[in-house]
Design a protein around this ligand. Structure first.
Ligand code: FES
Ligand SMILES: [Fe+2]
Length: 364
């Protein structure tokens, strides 16, 4: 099976197509919902170039908007989290209620008729088991339907009861798909993550590819911190599970050749020794993120250099990558003429034994 062509990892036209066809259509992970749990609280995040704002209004209802003023596109908030009783644009001071309604257009001289219809542009928002999502497309299925078998795969982990911990942000000079490809295989682990590789029995490593999601699992060695389970959902959501916590991971494109990796950690602080254990999990996660960043950036430089056109995928180790790349192509084809060819469309759910692969601590 062939890979996506190298051009797909640096072409500005592909970047724009995926921004619309992938991130304009799917539910977008915004990490943990805890920062928008009280009236007046908000979360703001730029997801694939879309500036999104989620607020809990004063009546307790969750609402989502584009973080874009209807006057001349100023931002309503600049911070990633905070509280507001109203949303006042940072540019000329137009004010909106937390329901998105335009309340005042400061000293504009515009008539009520001219201001009619200039409420904030809404986006769909939803929470699920302590996680926060937004969606730009009214036609996308409800969140629980969209999650599908992914929801069953984490049913035994009481993550909604865990306490929000640190957020770790890693800028990566690589296309978002290069990081996604990397997440979806354990083939690289023995070479790229030596510490992680010592934590599990590689002969038990498996990848289950579902319909829009995947589960990686391996038996952890005695004394290892990992439980050997990692979950992924199309297009860029991952849950890295620990014994008493998890990290919610996402990687949005920031340009044709860069993305931003964000991990929100959460823990069960009722477990004795939880704070020390959690600190070790975060430190291990940071090491692995750095190892992945280094290899993905090196791959990106080679994909952009021109010598490499298209590669092949291992049927033993890289079915998850094949499924991911097929979804990218299918998404782009659904909204525009395909900009590349090379990978057949997705196959049905399957279990893949990955002999000789490996994985380890809190993240892959
Ligand atoms: S851009 Fe928001 S008030 Fe002018
Ligand atoms: Fe990795």
């Amino acid at each position: 099976m062939r890979t996506l062509p190298a051009l797909d990892y640096h072409d500005p036209a592909v970047h724009l197509a995926e921004r619309e066809a992938v991130f304009g259509r799917e539910w977008l992970s915004l990490g943990l919902a805890e920062p928008v749990s009280t009236p007046g609280s908000f979360v703001a995040e730029v997801a694939a170039g879309w500036p999104l704002l989620v607020v809990r209004d004063l009546a307790g209802e969750l609402r989502g908007f584009h973080n874009v003023c209807r006057h001349r596109a100023g931002p309503l908030v600049d911070e990633p989290t905070g509280t507001r009783r109203s949303l006042v644009c940072r540019y000329h001071g137009w004010a909106y209620g937390l329901d998105g309604a335009l309340r005042s257009a400061r000293d504009s001289g515009l008539s009520p008729a001219e201001l009619d219809g200039l409420d904030l542009l809404p986006v769909r928002v939803a929470t699920w088991r302590g996680l926060l999502f937004a969606c730009l497309d009214a036609a996308t299925p409800p969140l629980e339907n969209w999650l599908g078998g992914f929801a069953d795969a984490c049913a035994t982990h009481p993550m909604e009861a865990w306490t929000a911990g640190p957020r770790c942000v890693h800028p990566i000079a690589a296309n978002w798909k290069a990081y996604g490809d990397n997440y979806l295989e354990g083939y690289h682990v023995p070479l790229v993550h030596p510490g992680l590789n010592r934590a599990i029995d590689a002969s038990t490593y498996q990848v289950d590819v579902g319909d829009g999601w995947a589960r990686h699992h391996a038996r952890a060695r005695d004394g290892a911190r990992t439980i050997g389970t990692w979950l992924w959902h199309w297009p860029n959501l991952a849950l890295n599970l620990y014994e008493h916590g998890l990290s919610v991971e996402r990687w949005y494109p920031t340009s044709p050749t860069s993305c931003e990796l964000v991990l929100d950690h959460a823990y069960d602080l009722t477990v004795p020794g939880a704070e020390d254990a959690n600190r070790l999990d975060v430190e291990a996660s940071d090491v692995i993120c750095l190892e992945d960043k280094v290899i993905c950036e090196a791959v990106q430089r080679n994909l952009s250099a021109g010598a490499y056109g298209v590669g092949v995928l291992s049927p033993r180790h890289e079915q998850g990558v094949a499924d991911f790349q097929a979804r990218v192509l299918a998404a782009r084809a659904a909204v525009a003429p395909p900009v590349s060819v090379g990978v057949p469309v997705a196959s049905p759910p399957q279990t893949v034994a990955v002999a000789g692969g490996a994985a380890g601590d809190g993240h892959r």
